[in-house]
Write a protein that binds this ligand. Structure first.
Ligand code: HEC
Ligand code: HEC
Ligand SMILES: [Ca+2]
Ligand SMILES: [Ca+2]
Ligand SMILES: [Ca+2]
Length: 464
């Protein structure tokens, strides 16, 4: 009897010891409290796929009803709109960039970047503004051109202009003697339908991937704001600032989360905005056609909106409920070493590894432990990446930390896809080397790594 009790005691002491040991191990690691479930990058919504369609699945934990609505929405996202009049799917243009959401967000991932002169089939667009702000503190539209350059138009209307492509190259050296060639694209406007006024500021933006956005929307505002450190009070060289942008639904300034400068507050507004500016589809959210000059373009103004609110809601629902693909190779030693380097270089100072989501109207998105690797805040990224064009509170050097989940599948989904806001980086390595400003420290340490360590870091990133 006595012996038995003591054996039980011994066992439970051991058990407690193991649990305590594990917990203290976890605590020692900065920024990551729990390693065990990071393979489930999107929590219970995560899908296990690493093929070309990896970004295109609905939430794994969807109810049959949710999945049904998602597949209706899926058809709308890929629908090619045509110019009015038409019974269904009309209203394209007068000015537009592409005729479907999917043509820019290829397989729900990134767009294709033009690499030849005159290539017009891309997911890249140019934002425009002049000095000053609009009524709501946003970019000041260019007279005759608005806030975005539309390079296509329906019959009888002129596209606003064409974009010409050139590139400059630069060699970056590592401390170990190796070097890489990095390229920077330069876009210039030609053939504009009227001369551009002087002092136009431009910003090239590639179409980002659109999966996992409901989860990003479900991160509580307080969790995002808690990471702000505008004056860098903790002295780590990283500030982090929220963008506050005009909410067309809320009718006031709200926290920006989407777009390369967090210039859009929600998947709903982003979808309505995309429909309006990228495709020329009016809705109750953006009731005016996106043409700012041509007289025969203004005639395109319709009394009825091109798309009903229900369509905008479905498009928003679609991007909210595209699942995040699972991380891979998490038990490999190179993954673990690579992740340790990611934390040591303080990449995680901006690319925040994980959150628990708050509650979302799509209940499957609520209370999920997720691994998006972003703080959704703006950071000064230095002169190399600067577009020198302010966007609400983002200045000309600031960009929103890009989420890194699903990163390794980018070129499996679209072999022509590239990295960073204007798609200048052909590889993840190039993307890191472009980091500057608040990330200067991280990039300096990256250049000092041994070849093996660099490979381990890249192995980790490619496994996300
Ligand atoms: C001409 C190409 C193009 C088309 C067409 C297009 N998009 Fe986009 N999309 C973009 C670009 C570029 C961005 C980034 C915008 C920015 O940084 O301001 C973007 C951003 C987004 C985002 C935010 C993603 C994120 O992670 O921040 C969503 C959501 C989105 N688009 C949905 C849509 C929907 C829905 C449609 C169809 C109605 C659509 N897009 C059509 C190019 C396009
Ligand atoms: C100061 C904040 C900050 C730090 C530190 C930082 N990043 Fe970033 N990262 C960003 C921002 C902002 C972007 C988007 C920049 C752009 O598109 O111009 C980005 C983009 C990226 C991209 C490209 C993502 C895409 O979707 O194209 C990769 C890869 C990346 N970072 C990896 C890293 C790694 C690895 C480190 C550490 C060596 C690191 N970052 C450190 C802020 C940071
Ligand atoms: Ca229209
Ligand atoms: Ca325009
Ligand atoms: Ca700081």
């Amino acid at each position: 009897m006595y012996q038995q009790i003591s054996r039980w005691k011994l066992f439970s002491i051991l058990l407690v010891g193991i649990i305590l040991g594990l917990t203290s191990c976890k605590k020692d690691e900065p920024n990551i409290e729990d390693n065990s479930n990071e393979i489930l990058a999107g929590g219970a919504t995560t899908v296990f796929s690493s093929g070309a369609d990896a970004y295109s699945f609905p939430l794994a934990n969807f109810s049959p009803e949710g999945a049904r609505i998602h597949s209706t929405a899926d058809r709308l996202f890929s629908q090619q709109y045509i110019s009015a009049p038409a019974d269904k799917y009309g209203g394209l243009g007068p000015l537009f960039n592409q005729n479907s959401c999917l043509s820019c967000h290829v397989r729900d991932g990134r767009g294709t970047i033009p690499t030849t002169y005159g290539d017009n089939t891309t997911g890249l667009l140019m934002r425009l503004s002049i000095a000053g702000e609009n009524l709501h503190g946003g970019p000041n539209p260019v007279p005759g051109f608005g806030g975005q350059l539309q390079t296509k138009a329906i019959f009888g209307v002129e596209p606003e202009a064409q974009l010409d492509y050139a590139e400059v190259q630069e060699i970056v050296k590592y401390l170990d003697g190796n070097s890489v060639l990095i390229t920077k694209p330069i876009y210039t406007i030609s053939n504009s339908y009227i001369p551009l006024p002087s002092g136009v500021m431009t910003s090239m933006r590639q179409a980002p991937p659109v999966f996992g956005l409901g989860l990003l929307e479900a991160i509580s505002q307080s969790a995002i704001l808690a990471r702000e450190d505008i004056d860098d009070l903790d002295g780590d060289g990283i500030s982090g600032k929220a963008n506050w942008v005009w909410g067309v639904v809320e009718n006031k300034k709200v926290l920006g989360r989407f777009g390369w400068k967090a210039g859009n507050p929600s998947t709903l507004q982003q979808s309505a905005d995309a429909a309006n500016n990228d495709m020329g589809l009016t809705s109750s959210f953006f009731p005016k056609e996106s043409c700012d000059g041509q007289s025969n373009c203004v005639k395109g103004l319709q009394i009825e909106h091109d798309i009903q609110d229900s369509i905008v809601n479905l498009l928003s629902f679609y991007v909210q409920t595209l699942a995040v693909p699972a991380a891979r190779n998490t038990s490999q030693s190179d993954y673990k070493s690579g992740k340790a380097i990611f934390l040591k270089l303080n990449c995680s100072g901006c690319h925040t590894p994980s959150y628990v989501t708050s509650n979302h109207v799509v209940k499957e998105l609520s209370q999920q432990k997720i691994f998006p690797y972003t703080d959704l805040l703006l950071h000064d990224m230095g002169d190399g990446l600067a577009d020198n064009r302010p966007d609400n509170l983002a200045n000309g050097k600031e960009w929103r930390t890009a989420p890194l989940w699903g990163l390794g599948l980018t070129q499996i989904v679209n072999p022509k896809a590239r990295f960073l806001h204007d798609g200048r980086a052909k590889t993840i390595e190039e993307a890191i080397l472009w980091h500057g400003g608040e990330a200067e420290n991280a990039v300096m340490k990256f250049k000092e790594l041994t070849k093996k360590e660099r490979e381990q870091l890249l192995y980790f990133l490619k496994s996300l």
